[in-house]
Design a protein around this ligand. Structure first.
Ligand code: PRX
Length: 660
């Protein structure tokens, strides 16, 4: 019996609709296995074929993969290309010039469309503007922007001139922005006067001014400001310039800077288990190849599709599946400035109906929030709207629980749209493990099988592969084109964090636990195995939050753990020891509020703890180590059943059991 047939016979699998299979880019499991076999047989020939077919090269590469300095891998290195040329000019040449590239909907519902021709012009003018400021190949540019066409254009303009961008999510604080500017050594900052979300404005330029005034950001020579609201801002005449002034009178043609495929396209900061956020560095060629290919494979993108990814361009999902992937394949996409619950919790459904979206890609947290809203108020239920345009749904960022999966499948997809539960990370550049919508039979809660060419496995601490049914560490055994290249300015951290010696030094350690199904071999991600939390699909290091807390004058010690949350997946729970006696009653509430606001200011609102508990001390071993696994149990209001014989102060547990 073929692998395909055995999958078909497995009970509990939901097969993709026949219609979908018929027209899909990868049609049926035999086609999937054929690609996997091609990659197995000759790994380099496989990737070389795909890279030649799916990217436009200015000079073709002769070496596909250079492993001589592993784990610092190089892909297609002697080939040259330009990412913005691939995303824009290529579409002008192949008949997409007048196709809508982006249909942008603002927070208050205003729609602006831009064609490929117009976007090309905008990007060229902006690229020429940046050049006129002295920004050039290899320079770093930090982008601190709201969701806007100009945000995408700023990223593309950097790519056009060979500058490396580093986008900082608009919800991060002045301090977080400052740290990232310093680490990247950026020469320019592109920001906006204000950001608008859910009817409220956030003063991005003022926050940026704060960041720059704090010291250490002297590398920044110019600040470019996009006028979003017209709100009042301070402009430093020697440093700051309006985006529209910068673009005025610039030529609408800008010769692309041809760069090596290995040229750093961007740095994106993300949280790890220790220390400050790390600058994940991505390449130009390998990254774009996978961005384009996964649009075709995972999303099965067709010319008639209206694609909508609800992520923010400040995260990797927005990079790959708004700024680069969709444009690289000439898609028409929707881009949304606001939030799913404003003006009400039917916003997504109304937008799908209005724009006739065919592919919808969002996060489990959003789905769970909207399930709650629909249950509370029937008018918010997706069943009230015409969602028949949809043909494919996607999920990303965190595990999707089977109940939410089923609701999404039935109520949003009308039981007719496959769901692609895409597992990947900032570091992987694009999808790693995901169903293919016209091939893979689905199981709610499982991201199913690796994409063809991705050698994923589950191993133990020594790197030995585990049999199906046994949980372990998720690894990728061979390098792949869109993998991160290094941690910016810190190659040791790259090697130690992602390619540990214990696993042989060349196997990529994802940082997630996983288990494969006994019968199907399907992967289920069981969550992070390090000190990284996933709150609403946002990645957060417990260490970062602890550092922010102990920087507060009142705090002596703090320990941060994750607590299960029905909506956000995980929530931040903090155990705090103050420099003074343990507070109670209203005073405790007031200090807790002060600490929450403090973390919001230090890192950003997304890092605000949901729960704070005060103690006279924290549970520690005799050697003084905080026992976090015990705190995790307490945070989840479970009974401590673990061995606590090594605990020096067991009496403290009683005190920490109580939430405020
Ligand atoms: O724990 C995994 C979870 O999100 C982490 C990566 O976070 P980030 O780099 O911010 O990228 C998020 C968007 C790609 C992973 O280590 N994760 C992501 N997708 C899934 C997931 N967990 C389970 N299922 C997924 N589909």
């Amino acid at each position: 019996m073929s692998a395909t047939d055995s999958l078909k016979q497995h009970p509990g699998l939901i097969p993709p609709p026949e219609e979908f299979i018929k027209n899909a880019a990868i049609s049926g499991m035999d086609a999937y296995y054929a690609l996997c076999a091609e990659a197995e047989q000759d790994y380099c020939a496989y990737w070389s074929r795909l890279a030649r077919k799916h990217l436009a090269w200015q000079k073709p590469f002769s070496v596909t993969l250079d492993e001589s300095n592993a784990p610092f891998y190089k892909w297609f290195e002697d080939g040259t290309l330009n990412v913005s040329f691939n995303c824009l000019d290529r579409n002008l040449e192949n008949g997409n010039a007048d196709r809508t590239a982006i249909r942008f909907e603002s927070d208050d519902g205003e729609v602006t469309s831009i064609s490929y021709r117009e976007l090309h012009k905008k990007v060229c003018e902006l690229a020429n503007g940046l050049k006129s400021l002295g920004v050039g190949k290899g320079d770093r540019v930090v982008i601190y922007m709201p969701m806007a066409i100009e945000g995408v254009a700023a990223m593309q303009a950097c790519a056009r001139i060979g500058a490396t961008h580093s986008v900082v999510f608009g919800g991060f604080s002045a301090k977080s922005l400052q740290e990232r500017i310093i680490d990247a050594g950026a020469v320019a900052l592109i920001t906006a006067d204000e950001q608008v979300r859910a009817g409220k404005t956030l003063p991005l330029k003022a926050i940026a001014d704060d960041a720059l005034a704090n010291g250490g950001c002297e590398s920044i020579r110019k600040v470019v400001v996009y006028r979003r609201t017209g709100g009042a801002v301070d402009m430093d005449v020697t440093r700051d310039i309006w985006l529209h002034d910068l673009m005025a009178n610039q030529s609408s043609e800008c010769e692309p800077e041809w760069v090596s495929a290995e040229h750093p396209l961007f740095i994106l900061y993300t949280s790890g288990s220790t220390g400050t956020p790390k600058g994940v560095q991505h390449s130009s060629g390998g990254y774009l190849l996978w961005a384009a290919l996964t649009m075709k494979w995972t999303f099965d993108l067709k010319p008639s599709d209206i694609f909508w990814c609800t992520a923010d361009i400040g995260w990797i999902t927005g990079h790959t599946y708004i700024t680069y992937g969709p444009l690289a394949v000439g898609a028409t996409q929707i881009m949304f400035e606001g939030v799913p619950t404003y003006p009400d919790a039917a916003r997504f459904w109304k937008m799908i109906e209005k724009h006739r979206a065919t592919i919808f890609y969002t996060a489990p947290t959003a789905i769970r929030t909207l399930i709650k809203a629909a249950n509370a108020e029937p008018a918010m239920h997706p069943g009230q709207f015409d969602l028949t345009s949809l043909r494919l749904l996607g999920s990303v960022g965190e595990p999707i629980n089977p109940e939410a999966w089923m609701w999404y499948y039935k109520n949003v997809g009308g039981a007719r749209c496959p769901i692609v539960d895409t597992f990947w990370q900032t570091e992987t550049g694009g999808h790693m493990i995901s169903p293919l919508p016209g091939a893979t039979p689905m199981v709610p809660g499982s991201c199913t099988l690796p994409l063809p060419g991705i050698m994923a496995a589950v191993v133990d601490e020594t790197g030995a592969e585990l049999p199906n049914g046994q949980g372990g560490l998720l690894v990728i055994k061979r390098p792949w084109p869109s993998m991160l290249r290094t941690v910016w300015g810190n190659p040791d951290r790259y090697r130690a964090g992602y390619f540990p010696e214990e696993l042989g030094g060349t196997t990529y350690l994802a940082g997630d636990g996983a288990i494969r199904d006994k019968d199907t071999g399907y992967f289920t991600i069981t969550g992070r195995v390090d000190d990284v939390l996933n709150v609403s699909g946002h990645r957060m290091g417990t260490m970062e939050i602890e550092s922010a807390l102990v920087a507060h004058a009142l705090v002596a010690e703090a320990a941060v753990v994750g607590k299960r949350d029905a909506t956000t997946g995980e929530a931040i729970c903090v155990f705090v020891v103050l420099k003074r006696s343990r507070p109670a009653g209203d005073e405790a509430k007031q200090i807790a509020k002060e600490l929450r606001d403090w973390v919001g200011k230090e890192i950003g609102p997304i890092a605000k703890p949901k729960e704070i508990r005060f103690g006279d001390n924290l549970p520690k071993t005799r050697s003084g180590k905080i026992m976090r696994r015990i705190l995790r149990v307490l945070a989840n209001n479970e009974e401590v059943t673990q061995d606590i014989s090594t605990l020096e102060n067991p009496a403290i547990l009683e005190q920490l059991k109580q939430a405020l």
